[in-house]
Design a protein around this ligand. Structure first.
Ligand SMILES: Nc1nc2c(c(=O)[nH]1)N[C@H]1C(S)=C(S)[C@@H](COP(=O)(O)OP(=O)(O)OC[C@H]3O[C@@H](n4cnc5c(=O)[nH]c(N)nc54)[C@H](O)[C@@H]3O)O[C@H]1N2
Ligand SMILES: Nc1nc2c(c(=O)[nH]1)N[C@H]1C(S)=C(S)[C@@H](COP(=O)(O)OP(=O)(O)OC[C@H]3O[C@@H](n4cnc5c(=O)[nH]c(N)nc54)[C@H](O)[C@@H]3O)O[C@H]1N2
Ligand code: SF4
Ligand SMILES: [Mo]
Length: 700
């Protein structure tokens, strides 16, 4: 099973065992996989390249020297683990728990060991300064899951295999392969939807790969989706097209809240014609199974939480929640929610020291990390641990964060590579690669468009002198605890240490044997292609709600208060440009740009701009332009295209390798610039999620 994105495709590898202890010579999609049905994308083909990559770290390294003179030298595991444990323990003993910051990057959710052991290690540090990629991504979804359904990951999934109307905002599954909707073979599933007579409607400021295969695409001005979504609700209520389930409270209040949000107002704000909004609302309500879906384009904006609330409301008031062809909850073999492996979430139990930003689920918005490092005082961050992340490229104002990280007393990273962030680490601890470790997906079975269970045993034995990530987490936990002056209570320590010593695979076996799992590890080992547990099941609500009264409160205060803020939103001025991001099928967030297979051919990191906007500035296609925001500037080639809405420019996310140069094994022509040198850490949604989309910029 490929773990590079949320699609989790089943693969068939061909191995030549005679080269270097085993080399991948071929990668294909596995037609027998009950979820991915043979799908593969170019990144999956590159899995073997990661394994064989000479740039990939196999042993711990220690940084020697600073700045341009810095280099890394290999050291032994014991020395490296001792060094990291000494410094982490000393930091929290001398300066308090909050002096250590932890950042968990995206690949953690794609690693079994990170889920079973990494989260436990992070939680063993009692610091408030915990961060992750969540707050530059899907935090609004989690907040809404928590507020409406009582659990941050109780997120209904579009029933794409049976729906007849699929409304998509701010997502490009043709390139991303889906997110918070594990949907391998999106192109195939869309063809089937069309063959059934179904429709897909896309709202996006760019005519994306997904928009191009949709039945309808409407340009929407970045950051104004909330107007459109509230107007859709307005029409549904005004025309009596609602038939909500009985377990929902507060719908009269919702009707009142959206009363002023007419399609005409939405048109002014968003550019989507009022008549089209009315028609979409009617089509949606009339469809025999309809699903509204909004992903990071509508999460990473100033009204992300409001957007995600409205998306849920549209599904709910039209009777499409928990309905075949609408949006449904999964029933995975390991129910990580029901069994309490993932907590419900909590909000505003404490706030960040400098900006007073509220926590969610024990994490603070990563947009405050820089100021927590650089602002002196009690609780100032002095040491950092990152696991599988690259916040210098992936979080707002990367230039400032880069500087702040350089100023830390100590920084340790657990990562496969030296990247723009980990190059500042004092020590990097590299785990085994995916092909050397067992995998069971605890997260994405939970979000998949079909119920299946798949276990992937390690393809290659662990190399000599290598460690799995869970072993690194275990060893750090044991060593840090031993060194702490103030240790946790003995009983808790013994239980935690015993649990840290159990392998992830053992834990998966136990979880499958107990509970109400529909399969066992033995069966999954006999069927490496996976076991089919059937289509998603309707009729699970209100039983599965985790709210205290098993009802849905449709009007959580956090959301309704934000509607007032929306009314005050300044609409873009004429001539103003708004910056959005994009993903390409061959990109994998900020890594894998050192692989020839995924980067050969024409560079694809240009600034996309509408010809009319170029003309207005006397610029030509191919010119080198300077893009400026409140925060910073970048210089990049511009490409003219009518695929972006006038007034919108787009840069891909995950580029900007130039700052570290060829040292990362990335060719100069591939390096590009980082969109997050322009994004603004002051622009947050109410959830604390970064508003990465719709950043005002100038281009000259
Ligand atoms: N402007 C803008 N910013 C964005 C986004 C955007 O669309 N626009 N997207 C956001 C999103 S959705 C995300 S998820 C974040 C991603 O941001 P991050 O999670 O911070 O970064 P990644 O680029 O995913 O970097 C992952 C790192 O993990 C390492 N790695 C890979 N596999 C493993 C492993 O198994 N173990 C360990 N220990 N390390 C591993 C890789 O070498 C790489 O260095 O970026 C966010 N930032
Ligand atoms: N090939 C590839 N696949 C990936 C990744 C990758 O880096 N490369 N990353 C993975 C990760 S970590 C994630 S989280 C998922 C994300 O998966 P998706 O959510 O599908 O991500 P994007 O492709 O960035 O699509 C976001 C869309 O939102 C649009 N958009 C921007 N601003 C707005 C706005 O204000 N309103 C509306 N309506 N639309 C807007 C953009 O034009 C873009 O088309 O992809 C995953 N899959
Ligand atoms: S879509 Fe590509 S990267 Fe994602 S899981 Fe499938 S093969 Fe891997
Ligand atoms: Mo993400």
């Amino acid at each position: 099973m490929c773990n590079l994105c949320e699609a989790t495709c089943g693969l068939l590898l061909t191995i030549d065992p005679t080269v270097d202890g085993g080399r991948v010579t071929g990668v294909r999609g596995n037609p027998a996989d009950p979820l991915s049905r043979g799908h593969i994308c170019p990144k999956g083909v590159a899995l073997g390249d990661i394994h064989a990559d000479p740039d990939r770290l196999r042993r711990p390294v220690r940084r020697v020297g600073d700045g341009a003179d810095a280099r890394f030298e290999e050291i032994g595991w014991d020395e490296a683990l001792d060094l990291v444990a000494d410094r982490l323990a000393a930091t929290v003993d001398d300066h308090g728990e909050d002096a250590l910051a932890i950042y968990l990057g995206n690949p953690n959710v794609h690693s079994l060991g990170a889920m079973t052991h990494g989260v436990a290690l992070a939680q063993s540090f009692r610091t408030r300064n915990k961060f992750s990629a969540t707050s530059v991504d899907q935090l609004p979804h989690q907040v809404i899951g928590y507020l409406l359904y009582g659990h941050q990951l109780l997120l209904p999934v579009p029933d794409i295999d049976r729906t007849s109307y699929f409304l998509v905002l701010g997502a490009n599954p043709m390139a991303s392969n889906g997110s918070l909707m594990t949907v391998p073979d999106f192109p195939g599933r869309l063809r089937e939807l069309h063959a059934r007579g179904g429709r897909m409607v896309v709202l996006d400021p760019r005519r994306t790969e997904t928009a191009k295969v949709a039945d309808e695409h409407h340009f929407v001005r970045p950051g104004t989706d909330a107007w459109v979504l509230l107007a859709l609700l307005h029409v549904l209520f005004a025309e009596g097209r609602t038939h909500p389930p009985s377990y929902v409270d507060g719908l009269a209040a919702v009707e009142e809240l959206v009363a002023g949000f007419t399609p005409e107002l939405a048109e002014q704000a968003s550019g989507v014609p009022a008549d089209e909004i009315r028609r979409i609302a009617r089509d949606f309500a009339a469809a025999d199974g309809a699903a509204a879906y909004g992903r990071i384009g509508v999460s990473t904006q100033e009204f992300g939480t409001l957007c995600q609330w409205a998306v849920q409301m549209i599904n709910l008031v039209t009777g499409n929640l928990d309905r075949e062809g609408g949006v449904l909850l999964t029933t995975p073999a390991i129910d990580a929610i029901g069994r309490g492996l993932i907590g419900r979430g909590h909000h505003d139990r404490y706030r960040s020291r400098v900006r007073q930003a509220p926590e969610f689920g024990g994490e603070l918005p990563v947009s405050v990390l820089r100021e927590e490092i650089e602002t002196p005082g009690d609780g100032q961050v002095r040491a950092l641990l990152t696991v599988a992340g690259n916040p210098v490229l992936s979080t707002p104002d990367g230039v400032a964060l880069d500087r702040a990280i350089r100023g830390l007393d100590f920084y340790a990273a657990i990562d496969l590579y030296i990247n723009e962030t980990t190059r500042h680490a004092d020590v990097i601890l590299p785990p085994t690669s995916l092909l050397e470790r067992d995998h069971y997906d605890l997260v994405f079975h939970l979000l998949a468009v079909r119920n299946t269970a798949r276990f992937t045993p390690a393809v290659f034995p662990k190399g000599r002198d290598q460690r799995h990530d869970w072993e690194i987490f275990r060893d750090l936990y044991l060593r840090v605890t031993r060194r702490r002056r103030r240790k946790p209570p003995l009983k808790r320590r013994i239980t935690a240490a015993a649990r840290m010593r159990l392998s992830p695979t053992f834990l998966i076996g136990t979880l499958l044997r107990t509970g109400r799992s529909q399969t066992t590890l033995t069966e999954l080992r006999r069927h490496p292609e996976g076991v089919d547990l059937g289509p998603l099941r309707p009729g699970q609500l209100p039983d599965r709600l985790r709210t205290r009264d098993h009802r849905i409160d449709a009007v959580p205060a956090l959301v309704t208060d934000d509607i007032a803020r929306l009314r005050e939103q300044a609409l873009p001025r004429d001539g103003e440009l708004l910056l959005i991001g994009r993903r390409h099928q061959r990109d994998c967030n900020s890594w894998m740009h050192n692989t020839d297979r995924l980067t050969r051919g024409k560079a694809r990191h240009q600034l996309l701009m509408h010809p009319a906007d170029l003309d207005a500035r006397g610029l030509a296609d191919g010119a080198v332009v300077t893009v400026r925001s409140r925060v910073g500037e970048v210089t990049v080639e511009v490409a003219a295209t009518e695929d972006v809405m006038p007034g919108v420019v787009s840069l891909p996310h995950g580029y900007g390798h130039g700052r570290a140069g060829a040292r990362l094994g990335i060719a100069a022509g591939v390096a590009g610039v980082s969109i997050n040198d322009l994004t603004d850490p002051e622009r947050l949604d109410v959830s604390g999620n970064a508003a990465l989309s719709g950043v005002p910029v100038t281009v000259s």
